[in-house]
Unconditional design. Structure first.
Lengths: 236, 174
């Protein structure tokens, strides 16, 4: 037996918070026109959420792609974090940005992306499409080309928000492949269902047992009596 | 009251005739449903892909519903627009989908359509742009569409995670 590193396996009789543990990795990326790329990540989450252990942000190594066959970038960069919360609203999102080095050695953004962490326990793979903002006017575009700079987001967390996007124009380029393994604790105890419940077809004996036990609990009632008739006979 | 959390993304769109697409989305529910947190409607970014036939919106959704009944299960509706070189927006597609009725992660492809317009309108659209729109956008999620002529358009791709709370307490099996 082993214990999970961040979640103590003590029983909480009346939990008020649930935990969400993520183990995973930023595995590979597919950016056909670029080289020398690295990834930055952080998490964006709502006010009810907090990180209880693990790293909240990170920067990967700079990866070159190989010169033969396999054209993806491999970062193989670990993600390990545990969150706690009282409310699923504001569920954490992984916010990633990929940077590349240009001919002058300065870092230029090659893609932003975000994805919600999976809501159900188990293994999940996400392909995150990446995009970069476009200059808002032709003049800005020309100026950016002339100065050798391209538009970037001041705060990368805007890609995790839905509001205020109607003014942004983007160009999508490349993908990131991320693997997640999710463990949750105490969600069921707080009444949350994240996976479909197993529907059983109750057989006659089980159904009558439930019916007869409920009638004895309720005592004598007009509705209970009608149930009692047929079940009593089948029990006997 | 039973609660539903919708956590996911409007991933993007495919199979539309050109690029520079964006989407206005909204939620439509019956009277028993209330949105406790999160936005009821929004608009995505405009994407012009580098080298793929797929518009990326990566638009996060996080909505918290509470309900007293099952009638009027929430629907998501979409209006896909194309922004042309002059910055004009023309309608490219309408579509709706129901939220799934089981918890867990769901991948949804929502097909879209648009009004065809008259022969003259179609010719005008070919040369000067602009597409006919519905005068009453409620037709997108209602079943009163008799006499409407439509054209097939592309698909909107969604990934939705659903978390249900207290449905089993009320004896609802989902």
């Amino acid at each position: 037996m082993y214990t999970l590193p961040h979640i103590s396996l003590e029983m909480a009789s009346n939990p008020t918070v649930f935990l969400l543990m993520l183990n995973g990795q930023i595995e590979t990326g597919d950016f056909p026109e670029f080289d020398d790329l690295y990834v930055k990540y952080n998490y964006s989450f709502g006010p009810d959420w907090a990180v209880t252990s693990g790293l909240e942000e990170g920067i990967s190594q700079v990866c070159k792609r190989n010169t033969y066959g396999h054209r993806d970038f491999v970062w193989n960069f670990p993600l390990e974090v545990t969150f706690k919360s009282t409310n699923p609203y504001g569920w954490p999102q992984l916010v990633v940005s990929v940077y590349g080095l240009d001919a002058f050695g300065t870092a230029v953004v090659r893609g932003y992306g975000s994805v919600h962490l999976p809501i159900s326990p188990g293994s999940h793979t996400s392909i995150i499409p990446m995009f970069v903002p476009e200059a808002s006017s032709r003049f800005q575009k020309f100026l950016g080309w002339f100065m050798g700079r391209r538009p970037e987001y001041v705060d990368t967390n805007v890609v995790a928000r839905g509001e205020g996007r109607e003014v942004t124009r983007v160009r999508s380029q490349g993908h990131l492949k991320v693997k997640f393994s999710i463990v949750t604790k105490d969600m069921k105890k707080l009444g949350y269902d994240c996976i479909p419940s197993q529907l059983n077809t109750p057989n006659a004996i089980a159904a009558s047992a439930i019916a007869s036990s409920s009638t004895t609990n309720q005592g004598a009632g007009a509705a209970a009596k009608t149930v009692e008739g047929p079940t009593g006979s089948s029990d006997a | 009251m039973a609660e539903v959390h919708v956590i996911g993304e409007i991933i993007g769109a495919s199979e539309f005739p050109s690029h520079n697409l964006f989407c206005k989305w909204g939620i439509h529910t019956g009277g028993a449903w209330k949105v406790i947190a999160g936005s009821r409607e929004g608009q995505t970014q405009v994407d012009n892909p580098q080298n793929e036939e797929f518009a990326v919106w990566s638009h996060p959704l996080d909505i918290h519903f509470a309900t007293k009944g099952l009638q009027g299960w929430p629907k998501l509706k979409f209006e896909v627009y194309h922004m042309d070189d002059l910055g004009r927006n023309e309608l490219y597609g309408y579509g709706f989908c129901h939220l799934p009725t089981s918890p867990g992660t769901h991948h949804i492809e929502c097909p879209t359509w648009r009004p065809a317009g008259s022969y003259r309108e179609r010719i005008a659209q070919f040369f000067i742009g602009g597409a006919p729109q519905l005068r009453n956008p409620d037709m997108v999620h209602s079943s009163e569409r008799f006499t409407l002529q439509t054209v097939t358009m592309g698909k909107v791709h969604l990934k939705l995670g659903l978390i249900f709370r207290n449905f089993d307490k009320y004896g609802v099996e989902c």
